[in-house]
Design a protein around this ligand. Structure first.
Ligand SMILES: [Zn+2]
Length: 258
C-alpha cells in the first residue's frame, strides 16, 4: 500500500512539475498554456517520448535532439522537486484505503501550495521577477481552500494584511535594496495560506535562512553587497517550514513571548 501510494505520488508530482515548468516559461513569454511543448531554441515540437518528466532529460543527455542546444536544468530539477513535495504531502497523513474527503482535501491543499511556491521560486531564480498575477490568484484560491477545510477566515485575512504590509514597509524603507517590489505579494500569499501568527514565523525563518546564506556568500565573495539576491526562494523555504512544523514553531514562539 505504502509503495503503491508512493509511486503514485512520485508520478503525479513529476507530471505536475512538468506543468510547472511550462507555466514558468510561458508566463514569462505571455504565451498561452495550450499547444504542445517545443524546444525554446529551435522551436521544434517535442515528441511524446521526449515529454516524460525527469527521464527524458537524462535520455537526451540534457540536449535538444535536433539543434543540440542545452536544455535548462530547470526542467528535471522542478520535476524532481515537485515529486518530493507531492510524496511528502501524501506521507504526512495516515495512509489507508479509505482516504476520507477531508484528508484528501488536506493532501490536495499541500500539493497545490508546494506547486505555487515552487513555480514562484523558479520564476524568481530565472527571471528575477515575481509573477504577481499568478501569486495573487493562487493566494485567493488557496485561502478559500483552507477556509473550506476549517481554518477561520479572519486568521488568513489578518495574516495576508500583516505580512504583505510588513514586507511592503521593508521594501519602502530600504528603497528596494533588501527585497524587490514583488516580494510583498509573496508575503500576501504566505499570510493568506499560513494565517496569523504562523505566517510571521515563516517570514522570520526566511530572514534567518536568507541572512545566513547571504553572509556565507559575502564571506566567500561569491556576491558583492550590490548583487541582487532573489528573496523568493527564502520566503518559499520559510513558508514550507512554517507549514510543515507549525506546531513546534508556535510553541517556541509562545515561550519566546513570555
Ligand atoms: Zn532545439
Amino acid at each position: 500500500m505504502l509503495i503503491l501510494v508512493s509511486i503514485f505520488a512520485i508520478i503525479l508530482g513529476a507530471v505536475l512539475g512538468s506543468f510547472g515548468n511550462v507555466l514558468v516559461i510561458r508566463m514569462k513569454d505571455g504565451e498561452s498554456i495550450r499547444g504542445r511543448s517545443h524546444c525554446v531554441t529551435c522551436k521544434r515540437q517535442l515528441r511524446a517520448s521526449e515529454l516524460i518528466p525527469i527521464a527524458s532529460w537524462f535520455m537526451l543527455g540534457g540536449k535538444c535532439s535536433s539543434c543540440g542546444k542545452e536544455i535548462h536544468w530547470q526542467y528535471p530539477v522542478v520535476e524532481a522537486a515537485m515529486s518530493v513535495l507531492t510524496l511528502v504531502a501524501f506521507l504526512r497523513y495516515p495512509l489507508d484505503l479509505n482516504f476520507d474527503l477531508h484528508t484528501l482535501g488536506l493532501i490536495g491543499f499541500e500539493i497545490a501550495l508546494g506547486f505555487v511556491i515552487l513555480v514562484a521560486t523558479v520564476f524568481d531564480l530565472r527571471w528575477k521577477l515575481v509573477p504577481v498575477e499568478f501569486i495573487v490568484t493562487s493566494a485567493i484560491v488557496l485561502a478559500i481552500w483552507r477556509i473550506l477545510l476549517g481554518t477561520p477566515w479572519l486568521e488568513l485575512v489578518m495574516g495576508a494584511v500583516v505580512v504583505s504590509a510588513l514586507l511592503g514597509a521593508i521594501v519602502f524603507l530600504s528603497r528596494g535594496t533588501m527585497m524587490g517590489e514583488g516580494d510583498p505579494f509573496v508575503g500576501l500569499l504566505m499570510g493568506a495560506v499560513l494565517g496569523f501568527p504562523l505566517a510571521l514565523l515563516g517570514v522570520l525563518v526566511a530572514f534567518v535562512i536568507g541572512g545566513s546564506v547571504a553572509s556565507a556568500l559575502l564571506i566567500e565573495r561569491a556576491v558583492s553587497r550590490k548583487t541582487e539576491v532573489p528573496f523568493v526562494p527564502f520566503l518559499a523555504a520559510g513558508t514550507m517550514i512554517a507549514f510543515w512544523w507549525s506546531a513546534p514553531l508556535l510553541v517556541i514562539a509562545r515561550y519566546a513571548m513570555l
